[in-house]
Design a protein around this ligand. Structure first.
Ligand code: SF4
Length: 319
């Protein structure tokens, strides 16, 4: 279906659901697995305290237990989704920590274990751009010949000042190098950014949309910075509170951001919803469903859509 028709149907941005429908013709559900990886920013290779906002409990579903094999986790997840949604197709999501942080042999065994399960059409693999190399890309390229393979690079910001502030352990150039290595190999590429770091003005955050638009990526996750308990960021916030997005402000921001993206970029996530028990700020007290509804209403009220303010002539904000 062409873009203009989607806009008329009130689907004002290119959602992951729409992408799945076009690509597979049927609903495809994600099965989260925890392969027991760690990350170089935690195991001492780069550091031990991690990125300052990181608390993996905020995004590790309770159903993921690294004590179980990948095959068992996938089977459990599929059984649940089949019962609940009558689903037939699945993408296995290697989510917590850094899911290319192992030897090529180990990665191949884990990825194939997931792909061998009936109904699994592909993998989504969350990782850091400094944990990929030619051999790992070769493996992903070979898997991508028969399967949907999406590698999601956590970047968080295009600004080195922010990457330093959050103790990311890599710079923006490292991400660009990983993209150059990954593109044109049949591997789908996603990136993850966070907006709201106190090192950036709102205009600088918005300008990230222009930079993202110049990159060879297909999928984007964007969300507001959340201050989570038991993280270095929580200590900084307690010592010297900084502004965080309030709800209405974020709705406006995310619409502004999406307007500046080209229509082909698929939006996989637009906000974060850490559990109340560990969330310090911002506290929006809205369900996922309410936030999605309110973003959709904001697009309608402003009569705008993804790509409305996209222009190829835009310059990277980093130039
Ligand atoms: S956010 Fe990701 S890269 Fe950073 S410390 Fe946590 S697991 Fe590691």
């Amino acid at each position: 279906m062409v873009w203009g028709i989607w806009v008329k149907k009130a689907m004002r941005y290119h959602s992951f659901g729409r992408f799945i429908k076009e690509r597979f013709g049927t609903p495809v559900h994600k099965v989260n697995v925890d392969a027991g990886f760690t990350c170089p920013n935690r195991d001492g290779t780069l550091g031990v305290s991690g990125c300052i906002y990181c608390n993996n409990d905020s995004f590790r579903p309770s159903s993921c237990k690294p004590a179980l094999s990948i095959k068992e986790q996938v089977r459990n997840g599929i059984a649940y989704l089949r019962k609940r949604y009558d689903s037939e197709k699945f993408i296995v999501y290697f989510q917590p920590y850094t899911n290319t942080y192992g030897t090529v042999e180990e990665l191949e065994r884990l990825y194939r274990e997931a792909l061998d399960e009936q109904g699994v059409v592909g993998l989504a693999i969350g990782t850091r751009p400094d944990c990929i190399d030619k051999e790992k890309i070769d493996l992903l390229e070979s898997l991508a010949q028969k399967h949907f393979i999406l590698v999601e690079y956590g970047l968080q910001s295009i600004y080195d000042k922010s990457l330093k502030y959050i103790n990311r352990g890599h710079d923006y150039q490292t991400f660009l190098n990983a993209l150059a290595e990954t593109k044109d190999k049949g591997i789908e590429i996603g990136m993850h950014i966070i907006v709201g770091f106190p090192t950036e003005t709102k205009e600088a955050m918005l300008s990230m949309a222009d930079e993202v638009s110049t990159l060879p990526i297909r999928f984007l996750k964007i969300h507001q910075l959340q201050v989570i308990k038991d993280t270095p960021l929580a200590n900084l916030f307690a010592e010297e509170p900084f502004p965080v997005f309030d709800y209405g402000e974020y709705l406006e921001f995310v619409v502004d951001f999406i307007e500046r993206l080209p229509p082909h970029i698929v939006l996989q996530r637009l906000f974060a919803t850490a559990p109340d028990a560990i969330l310090i700020a911002p506290r929006w007290d809205r369900s996922r469903h309410e936030i999605l509804r309110d973003i959709a209403q904001r697009f309608l009220r402003r009569d705008t859509y993804q790509g409305n303010k996209f222009t190829l002539a835009l310059q990277s904000p980093r130039q």
